[in-house]
Design a protein around this ligand. Structure first.
Ligand code: FAD
Length: 381
């Protein structure tokens, strides 16, 4: 289980596992049922350094690696993948500000993001553009020292609750080169939010549209140069995809463990479920699938840490493989519970519902194949 992890990494993983067991898992079903976004719990995680895992230390970040982040998100997700996944989005935004912000922007925003006194959301998707993100239409017109924003973002995790919105906005020509990354602060006149979406899973975090109606934002809120926004957005997603995969893996591990415990107890035809070889083989395949996913995820994370030219490909492969494998394992765990797997109180159906969206967001798994194939063929589409 701890292949390749030194003493420090083992300690990081155990810290996050302990936090998940004590502060997340006991509440996960209630948060799902009541649609509670557990901000105070997120702040407790932040106090342990988990809100800026790979942000530099001068602004309060933990200065850890992408590999460390995958260990943390996998561990937290054994308590609840939804809560861990929101934390991963916040981390992605914080890293974008750390990596592309100037000295003033880093000091202005990062210290409060590290403690989660302020929370961040990532705004790329629009009603008319999801996978084809470079076709986005939300516009920013320059007016002196300000941009005036108009348009709408769709499916924004944390929207309404978050304080900072890292937004990809069109400041120039059509296509990726006309996009800039602009941070919009909550309370800016003209910024508003849609209703909290009713959805299949991920109920412990809100998902809303974000609207800009003549929203005036200082030019000093732009990260990097004009036209650099799409590159910034995509570089954030390499690590984001590792984290989303790690969250799926932790959820699937929890589902697997629940199935194992249940089967050791449940009897049918005069024997325990764990005595049937057909079911033992099912468990063996699930455990193998989780180990393969874990090993490959850590390989991809190490490639990103090493700035390997193949890192984007490997992150896409990891996201595609791990989220598909994890969903399948969780679904099998539900099946192994029989009818009880379908009941909310056993906690497995929630994991299945939560993990489904990991195959869709931060680039669908079809788009992961597009990225992988582009690397193989040199194609552009
Ligand atoms: C709960 C939830 C939270 C989210 N949070 C955020 C967030 O915080 N910030 C944010 O910016 N976005 C967020 N998203 C949006 C998410 O990233 C998009 O839904 C996703 O990228 C897909 O875009 P789409 O829904 O427009 O689907 P479409 O792009 O319309 O795709 C529809 C189908 O066509 C397939 N497809 C499209 N193009 C191709 C192609 N070239 N080749 C093969 N297949 C293709 C897709 O894979 C998919 O199966 C969230 C979504 C959900 C559901």
């Amino acid at each position: 289980m701890s292949f390749g992890l030194d003493e420090d990494r083992t300690a990081i993983r155990e810290m996050a596992l302990g936090f998940a067991a004590e502060h997340i898992a006991p509440h996960a079903l209630d948060w799902d049922r009541d649609k509670t976004f557990p901000v105070e719990t997120l702040r407790e995680a932040a106090a342990l350094g988990m809100a800026g895992i790979y942000v530099r230390e001068d602004v309060g970040g933990s200065g850890l690696s992408r590999l460390d982040a995958t260990l943390i998100f996998e561990a937290l997700s054994t308590g609840c993948p939804t809560v861990a996944a929101f934390l991963s989005i916040h981390n992605m935004c914080a890293w974008m500000i750390d990596a592309y912000g100037d000295a003033d922007q880093r000091q202005r925003w990062l210290p409060s993001l590290m403690g989660m006194e302020r929370i961040a959301s990532y705004c790329l998707t629009e009603p008319g553009s999801g996978s084809d993100a470079a076709a986005l239409r939300t516009r920013a017109e320059r007016d002196g020292d300000h941009y005036v924003l108009s348009g709408e973002k769709q499916f924004i995790s944390g929207a309404g609750a978050s304080d900072l919105y890292v937004c990809m906005i069109r400041t120039g020509e059509a296509g990726p080169a006309g996009i800039s990354a602009i941070v919009v602060e909550k309370g800016t006149p003209g910024l508003s939010f849609g209703a909290d979406e009713r959805k299949m899973g991920w109920n412990a975090q809100p998902t809303r549209a974000v609207r800009f109606d003549g929203c005036r934002v200082p030019v000093g809120n732009r990260l990097g140069a004009e036209g650099q926004g799409f590159k910034i957005a995509m570089s954030g997603l390499d690590g984001g995809r590792l984290n989303i995969a790690a969250c799926a893996l932790g959820g699937a591990q929890a589902a697997h463990d629940k199935a194992l415990a249940y089967m050791a107890d449940r009897r049918a035809f005069g024997a325990k479920l764990t005595d049937f070889q057909a079911l033992q083989f099912r468990l063996a395949d699930m455990a193998t699938s989780l180990e393969v996913s874990r090993t490959f995820l850590r390989h991809a994370a190490s490639a990103l840490d090493a700035k390997d030219p193949a890192a984007t490909q490997l992150c896409a492969m990891a996201k595609r493989h791990v989220t598909d494998a994890a969903f399948e394992v969780a679904n099998q765990a539900l099946q192994l519970h029989g009818g009880y797997g379908y009941l909310a109180e056993y906690g497995v159906e929630k994991i299945v519902r939560d993990l489904r969206v990991h195959q869709i967001l931060e680039g669908t798994n079809e788009i992961m194949r597009v990225i992988i194939a582009r690397g193989l063929t040199g194609g552009r589409r």
